[in-house]
Design a protein around this ligand. Structure first.
Ligand code: ADP
Ligand code: MG
Length: 701
């Protein structure tokens, strides 16, 4: 980075030690460069001057031009305020200050034409503008160049007290921007990229993002800086991916003539869907490439990811390797264990379950057999990646329902063997493309976009507390037909006790409406011991109970094909992807399935929107996009732990096109010049070496 941009912020004209301290502590602005990247969050159009008579209750901010005709002081000493009467040729309005009355009255002069900018208040039927920004027209023209858009920066209360309000920050930024030269912020994007995307040069963009001369220039500056931001992230991810391919040799799974083959011919009870076959081909290609596979498998709930995972593990076993599958909860690990043992029966595949609750001798036995290579498939929770677990020859790792596993845990797996195993990550919920490219941008992506044949789409309806009796009636009809029902309650960690109370209250009222012995009810929640949870779950799986009352512990993976009704209580408290996940628990059998979203009568706009999306579509990819649009990427599950998303300008919900372009550009660059050795790429290499914290771009690598 250029010396100018690394200069500590206190050395900027107008800052000094005191405000420097504030900038550092309050706004995390340490250097000139940080201030330059402290972008405005919006702009106000100062080119438009309104009249006093334009004031109306909807006015947010307004700019007026006129004269001060007098002052009044109101209130006693302790609550003194000063009101200036401000006039233009259409009327008058009060400007109010609650502080510094003397200074205000001394400084502001009648007879000078002022520009006033502020947020009007309606008080006792009259408009006034508290603490307006005010400057003589002559100076204002000079400060803004007499032109258009002014930046608004976010700031803090403390900073405001030292004049570091939006305006104060704008002044400092202007000082900085005016002294910037091309050499301080040299263009680092290759010339052909700048040309083909018609990108604004870097210096111009950094100037215009703060002080746009007009809307067009602002848009161009924003586009350029978003591109730059996304491009740098993609370049980093793709470089990581390329490096891994070079550094880590991948195990070769050449043979599939034994267990894989036999499973396919003898054990598999159905024809794979076209999408499943395609994904298997992709995996097969990876495991023959000699490079380590890092693949993300996306598929909607019920699309049949498990059998793909199993076939993949059989490829490993046929070649003398062990495989493991990690699930986010014990319940899911159990379920995988049971269904996998069942489906591989007769093939001579040794499967073991290793979770936190496998203890003592049983655990020791499993650990020994894993180390000796006698166990082919280990199934477990994250207990599997804890250090004492040693495999003889781990060749394939499947991570089910990825978003519970952070990037750090993924990294641990890479260190599990001399050569890292192939990794297949399966997501519980489809992720929007833009997000996948960013969080999992270093992985290859496979998509199962087809459900097994014969599935009836789940019917989803919205019901409120008023309809409860009707809902109970419906439940009784379904149970009479032999179906089973889930009732799910939200559980939000912060108020666990309260949530548990809701759940128990709900359980009681359901118990009253569905009395024993005619009806049997299971209950599962987070406070129960794992063994008890499992016992209750098993009763439901075996159809000994007709209703399962649960918190979201059943959210992912659980498979009870006979359960055909999903009732979600307080549905407004769930996010879209969670609702979709839960709904995916039904619709797995041949029967018509239903999802009933229960809410109170009053719903906020966002909740309404979510519920209506759920009632309209069953498509997980559509729902994921909608989720991103409604919540923004910051809130989406998986992004918080990911640490990769820290975007200043770009918005993954809105900037999909720019992201696509940035990724393509980065990919092309990595393909053509992975070491960035060509002359045209030197500025980029230099920039990366100066700015990236890791060693990816160091000269040695
Ligand atoms: P998910 O992708 O949500 O993990 P699963 O792997 O649990 O889905 O599959 C859901 C159900 O569909 C399972 O009962 C599985 O046996 C069944 N299934 C998977 N693939 C097919 C197929 N090609 N044809 C018919 N049923 C299938
Ligand atoms: Mg699954």
């Amino acid at each position: 980075m250029s010396t100018t941009l690394q200069t500590p912020i206190e050395y900027l004209k107008g800052v000094g030690p005191q405000r420097g301290e504030l900038l550092r502590k309050e706004l995390e602005v340490q250097t000139f460069g940080d201030l330059l990247r402290y972008y405005p969050f919006r702009y106000v159009d100062r080119s438009i001057i309104y009249k006093v008579r334009d004031l109306n209750p909807l006015t947010q901010y307004i700019q007026l031009k006129g004269f001060i005709t007098g002052f009044r002081q109101i209130g006693d000493k302790r609550q003194k305020r000063v009101v200036a009467t401000f006039k233009d040729n259409t009327g008058e309005v009060g400007l109010v200050w609650f502080q510094s009355a003397d200074w205000i009255m001394k400084t502001l002069k009648p007879g000078i034409e002022y520009l006033v900018f502020g947020r009007p208040n309606l008080f006792n039927g009259e408009y006034n503008i508290p603490h307006p920004e005010l400057e003589p027209v002559s100076e204002a023209v000079e400060a803004t160049g007499g032109k258009g858009l002014q930046p608004v920066y976010s700031t803090s209360e403390k900073a405001k007290k030292k004049n570091l309000d939006a305006r104060g920050l704008a002044k400092l930024t202007r000082v900085l921007v005016e002294q910037l030269r091309e050499r301080d912020v040299p263009e680092f994007l290759p010339p052909d990229v700048v040309q083909s995307f018609k990108l604004m040069p870097r210096l111009d963009a950094l100037t215009n993002i703060h002080f746009p001369k007009n809307e067009t220039l602002l848009n161009e500056a924003t586009r350029r800086l978003k591109f730059e931001e996304l491009f740098l992230i993609q370049l980093q991810l793709l470089k990581m991916k390329a490096n891994r391919g070079e550094v880590s040799k991948g195990f070769l799974f050449e043979k599939i003539d034994n267990k894989f083959d036999r499973f396919y011919k003898e054990n598999l009870k159905f024809e794979l869907t076209g999408a499943q076959k395609r994904v298997l081909k992709e995996i097969r290609k990876d495991t023959l490439s000699g490079k380590q596979m890092n693949r993300l498998l996306q598929g909607d709930v019920g699309s049949g990811k498990t059998v793909v995972a199993l076939l993949t593990m059989l490829m490993a076993i046929d070649n003398g390797f062990q495989a493991c599958i990690m699930a986010p909860t014990e319940i899911l690990a159990n379920q995988h264990y049971e269904s996998i043992t069942e489906t591989v029966r007769g093939l001579g595949v040794e499967v073991a379950l290793l979770t936190g609750s496998v203890k003592g001798k049983a655990r020791k036995f499993i650990l020994e057999n894993l180390a000796e290579g006698k166990i082919h498939i280990a199934i477990g929770t994250h207990a599997l990646i804890e250090d004492p677990v040693i495999f003889k020859n781990l060749g394939m790792v499947v991570i089910d329902e990825q978003h519970r596993f952070g990037v750090a845990q993924r990294a641990k797996l890479w260190a599990k063997n001399d050569y890292p195993p192939h990794i297949l990550v399966m997501t519980a919920t489809p992720i929007p493309r833009t997000l996948a490219m960013t969080i999992y941008g270093d992985l290859d992506v496979s998509i199962i976009d087809e459900l097994p044949p014969g599935r009836k789409p789940i019917r989803t309806v919205h019901r409120t507390d008023h309809d409860r009796m009707r809902v109970f009636g419906f439940m009784k009809e379904e149970i009479a037909k032999g179906r089973q029902i889930y009732i799910v309650y939200p559980l939000i960690e912060e108020s666990e006790a309260l949530d548990l109370k809701h759940l128990m209250d709900g359980y009681e009222s359901i118990s009253r409406a569905f009395p024993k012995p005619q009806y049997q009810i299971s209950i599962v929640h987070g406070r129960m011991r794992a063994a008890d949870k499992d016992f209750e779950m098993q009763r439901f799986v075996k159809n000994e109970t007709q209703i399962m009352v649960a918190t979201t512990v059943i959210e992912v993976g659980v498979n009870v094909p006979n359960a055909s009704v999903m009732i979600i209580e307080n549905a407004e408290r769930f996010g879209l992807s969670q609702l979709h996940q839960l709904r995916g628990r039904v619709g797995r059998g041949a029967e018509q399935s239903f999802c009933i979203l229960m809410t109170g009568d009053k719903l906020g706009q966002d909740s309404k929107q979510r519920i209506s999306v759920m009632c309209q579509t069953n498509d997980g990819f559509v729902i994921a996009e909608e989720d991103l649009r409604l919540r923004g990427p910051g809130d989406l599950e998986g992004t918080r732990q990911s640490g990769t998303i820290n975007l200043r300008l770009a918005d993954l919900a809105l900037d999909g096109n720019i992201l696509e372009a940035a990724r393509k550009t980065a990919q092309k660059l990595i393909d053509e010049d992975p070491g960035l050795t060509q002359p045209a790429h030197q500025p980029l290499l230099k920039f990366l070496q100066e700015t990236s914290r890791d060693k990816t771009w160091s000269k040695i690598s």
